[in-house]
Ligand binder design. Structure first.
Ligand SMILES: [Zn+2]
Ligand SMILES: [Zn+2]
Length: 113
């Protein structure tokens, strides 16, 4: 939370200790600071607004919708399974052929008996 003067634009982290309150309403507080009148308005950062107001996600808030992080590793992960599935499919077909031949062998044995 920081403070900004709506008159001159000067900002403060907190209300200066020498500030003398002149008047206050819900939005701004008029202070006499070092002999000058400043109208201080509380300003919240985007993260403070997010933590206070964004119970549900709000479009345009970088904390509700953080920008996607670049992940160059993802390309390697995508290409790897497609190559491995090709190598897996071939042995499965060979296994089926072997099981078929073994079944045919079994039937032949049964037919012989
Ligand atoms: Zn000012
Ligand atoms: Zn937010």
């Amino acid at each position: 939370m920081s403070l900004v003067c709506t008159i001159c634009g000067h900002t403060w982290e907190t209300t200066p200790p020498q500030a003398v309150l002149i008047s206050r309403n819900s939005r701004v507080a008029m202070y006499d600071i070092d002999g000058e009148v400043h109208s201080l308005r509380r300003v919240m950062t985007a993260e403070q607004k997010h933590n206070r107001w964004h119970k549900t996600k709000k479009v345009g808030c970088e904390f509700c919708f953080p920008p996607p992080e670049p992940q160059p590793v993802e390309h390697e992960v995508v290409t790897a399974p497609s190559a491995s599935t090709n190598s897996i499919e071939k042995p499965e077909i060979e296994d089926d052929d072997e099981s078929l031949t073994s079944m045919q062998m079994a039937f032949r044995r049964i037919n012989r008996r």
